[in-house]
Design a protein around this ligand. Sequence first.
Ligand code: CDP
Length: 227
Amino acid sequence: MASRVIALDGPAGSGKSTTARVVAEKLGFGHIDSGALYRALTLAALDANLPDQADRIVGLARTLPVRLALTGVGYRPEVAGVDVSAAIRETRVTERVSAVAALPPVREWVNAELRGAAAEHPAGVVIDGRDIGTVVFPEATVKIFLTASGEERARRRSREVELDASEAGVRRVRAELDRRDTADSTRAVAPLSAAPDAIVLDGTSLSFLEQVDAVVRLARKTIGSHA
Ligand code: CDP
């Protein structure tokens, strides 16, 4: 694995990816958004009309291929060499991704890709997801479980995707986040949960920059003591 791995897990809309990105920049690390790989795989499966067939989805991922390509700080999701950063945020992908991510062969393939991508980075990586500290990198240098109230997460996600930020709009986003959190937390394989040795950080009353600073401080404290 990369010399240092910072695992940032948590539910949808907690701001994991945006936080992980800025933390990685501050530390001189790479940033891997593991959800982007599940989304890219789901996009490829939808386009090939294979949404529920695990073995064929994994075969497709290998042949196309679906991958994360290191580009500067981040790793860009690609399908057959095409950047799919925007397409993976489409509603049809968001609606299907938790079902695809619940398939064990899909998870094994993604985990191997994540480990390979992390190993490629010379300094270290910040990886955000649902099972990074519990399953993918149980030996991670730092594990943080980032959470926030359902209401706050729905507000953040509404602003992020520039959707209708009215009360009704936020309620709709919240229902979607709740549906995905329930699916991700109750699945049989690698459910969303904090590792026993993770530091739980509740960002409900923190600004984005305060949240970033809190993660950087925790990371530096542990990295410093490992140096
Ligand atoms: O950014 P958002 O919170 O919307 O979710 P994401 O990080 O893009 O992840 C999309 C979906 O991928 C999640 O709802 C999970 O079903 C799945 N996922 C997972 O199972 N394990 C991970 N390590 C990351 C994502």
